[in-house]
Design a protein around this ligand. Structure first.
Ligand code: SDX
Length: 379
């Protein structure tokens, strides 16, 4: 087979495109996001809004640009009637990711640029801002309605991170909780050609619109091998129950060839560059809440996985215990990942459609050949 037709299961190691959005530097174990080191952004005290702006534009915003961006998000911070109705009429047992995937798609009903079929750069940026502003409302309102509670309106004086916490709980979020949520949203925002970003790009490459491509991203992220791992990792830690059980539980699970959620990564082989920053945020939550059990379970699980398989934790593990410590319901963990990754996916859709070529790979045919047709009576 010629080099041009090389094949790798799961496209592992295959270069599937070009992008100026981000790049995983495996050697230096860093994530370059439009030229900035992602960890510098979290350590420098950036807001998620600044990082979302960076992803949708070519650089970090000035004070004026950030103010205008925040104003644009504020104006869009309400739900169209059709989506509000969809949330009110959804069955209470619907998984929040199924609800979110459906509601994101339904936002296209009333998006002026989507209705106009406008996939220009400017229209795509406008759609991205609307999605960024509305997805947190869908997550929080969908959750509260499923619990028989009325949605909590977002507050103009709160950031996206703070409003997520406020709209879910209905209570004034504490500073440490806002900080941990903001860090997690920055770390979750963008990660190159991961499965969900690639799904969004494939959809965008057919010139399907932003909402269709983002819906493809949401659908793809939901799987437990991808974004769904943060929920699965928390369920695993609850099943382990106490730090004393962690090592034995992991060893038994490995013995039965189970995948340990929150561990491993297709790209990183010596640790996920985002984990230290999220561990720091998770430690702060544990210290503030006085509940350190889940973080300790994660630490012992990490020691065991490293010793037994040489496999490191990924971002989903520390995110899981940090969110749990913030009293966020587990079924909202992956939807919150979506609220952040809207920014990365939208950047990929914009980049794809700004310089498009249909994404259509080949495959190796492994089925039968040379069969002769017989009419159904003779088969
Ligand atoms: C995300 O791509 C991205 O950037 C994704 C993401 C993003 O920000 O977009 O980082 C978000 O999806 C993080 C990953 C979350 N998923 C999980 O935590 C699920 C558990 N992880 C595994 O399923 C696995 O590690 C994957 C899916 C993440 C990676 O799969 P790969 O690349 O196919 O794994 P590999 O080739 O490196 O595995 C080598 C060996 C394999 O052994 P065999 O299949 O040959 O027997 O290590 C084993 C794997 O089975 N292995 C694991 C394991 N991860 C790898 N064994 C047990 N538990 C694990 N977690």
């Amino acid at each position: 087979m010629s080099e041009a037709n090389s094949y790798s299961p799961g496209l592992a190691g295959v270069i599937a495109g070009e992008s100026a959005i981000s790049c995983i530097d495996v050697e230096r174990n860093k994530l370059n996001m439009r030229g900035y080191d992602l960890v510098d952004l979290t350590e420098g005290g950036a807001s998620f809004e600044e990082v979302a702006y960076l992803l949708l534009h070519d650089d970090l915003p000035s004070l004026g640009q950030l103010a205008a961006f925040n104003d644009a998000l504020l104006i869009e911070r309400q739900l169209p009637d059709a989506v509000a109705h969809l949330l009110r009429t959804a069955p209470a047992k619907a998984h929040p990711m199924a609800l979110l995937r459906t509601a994101v798609s339904a936002l296209a009903y009333s998006d002026a640029d989507s209705l106009a079929g406008d996939t220009s750069h400017e229209a795509n940026v406008r759609k991205a801002v609307r999605l960024l502003a509305k997805v947190p409302l869908i997550i929080a309102a969908g959750h509260r309605l499923a619990q028989g509670q009325e949605p909590v309106e977002p507050r103009d004086d709160l950031s996206l991170a703070a409003n997520l916490l406020y709209m879910i709980s209905g209570e004034e979020p504490k500073a440490y909780a806002i900080e941990a949520m903001n860090v997690s949203l920055i770390l979750y925002s963008e990660h190159g050609y991961n499965a969900s970003a690639f799904a969004a790009r494939v959809a965008a490459s057919t010139l399907a619109d932003m909402h269709a491509a983002i819906t493809a991203g949401v659908a793809t992220l939901g799987g437990p091998l991808h974004g769904g791992a943060n929920e699965a990792a928390m369920e695993m830690m609850l099943e382990i129950g106490t730090p004393d059980n962690a090592r034995t539980w992991i060893l038994d699970a490995l013995q039965s060839k189970r995948k340990i959620m929150g561990f491993g990564h297709r790209e990183y082989k010596s640790g996920d560059s985002r984990v230290p920053a999220m561990k720091q945020a998770g430690l702060s939550v544990s210290q503030e809440t006085g509940e350190d059990r889940w973080r300790q379970i994660a630490e012992i699980s990490e020691e065991t996985m490293l010793a037994e398989k040489g496999i490191f934790p990924n971002l989903d593990l520390p995110c899981a215990y940090a969110y749990y410590g913030l009293d966020i319901p587990i079924p909202l963990f992956t939807p919150i990942f979506v609220a952040s990754r809207i920014s990365g996916w939208a950047a990929h859709v914009i980049e794809q459609q700004d310089n498009n070529r249909l994404i259509r790979p080949n495959h190796i045919y492994t089925g039968p050949v040379g069969r002769t047709y017989k009419s159904v009576g003779d088969r």
